[in-house]
Ligand binder design. Structure first.
Ligand code: CA
Length: 139
């Protein structure tokens, strides 16, 4: 004898009753796994595409906004260039992990990469204050 409900299959055979979950419940489970995987994958993609908050602060402080990851980092790596290290040092002195316009302004007269152009002038020109090979034309 076999009874079938929406979620449970009941079988009676040779004195034994067997109940097991079937069909729809399993499909929901598979859908849930797919949904979770999709949400996680989407989150990873979106976080990679999102503008890091320090870069947002940099571009709000210096307009027109020309800051990029390489303003503070070596290429696309996490390693800080000389300007990034000066930013980090200024943040440590202020005992904060939040980058503010005041912190950026406090080091804009420095010339982190020693190319003869101040950090502030480089950021306003869109060149890299942490790379001596990058500086405004004619300077
Ligand atoms: Ca410079």
């Amino acid at each position: 004898m076999k009874l079938l409900s929406r979620f449970v299959s009941l079988s009676y055979r040779e004195g034994q009753t067997e109940a097991r979950f079937i069909g729809r419940r399993r499909k929901i489970s598979v859908k849930a796994k797919t949904l979770i995987s999709t949400v996680l994958a989407l989150g990873v993609v979106l976080s990679a595409l999102a503008t890091p908050k320090y870069l947002v602060t940099l571009n709000k402080t210096y307009t027109p906004a020309k800051g990029k990851c390489a303003s503070c980092h070596v290429g696309t790596k996490k390693d800080l260039n000389v300007y990034g290290k000066d930013v980090q040092k200024a943040m440590r002195e202020k005992k904060t992990k939040d980058l503010t316009a005041d912190i950026l302004k406090s080091i804009e007269k420095l010339d982190s990469d020693k190319d003869g152009v101040s950090n502030g002038d480089e950021l306003k020109a869109g060149t890299l204050p942490g790379d001596a090979k990058s500086k405004p034309e004619g300077k």
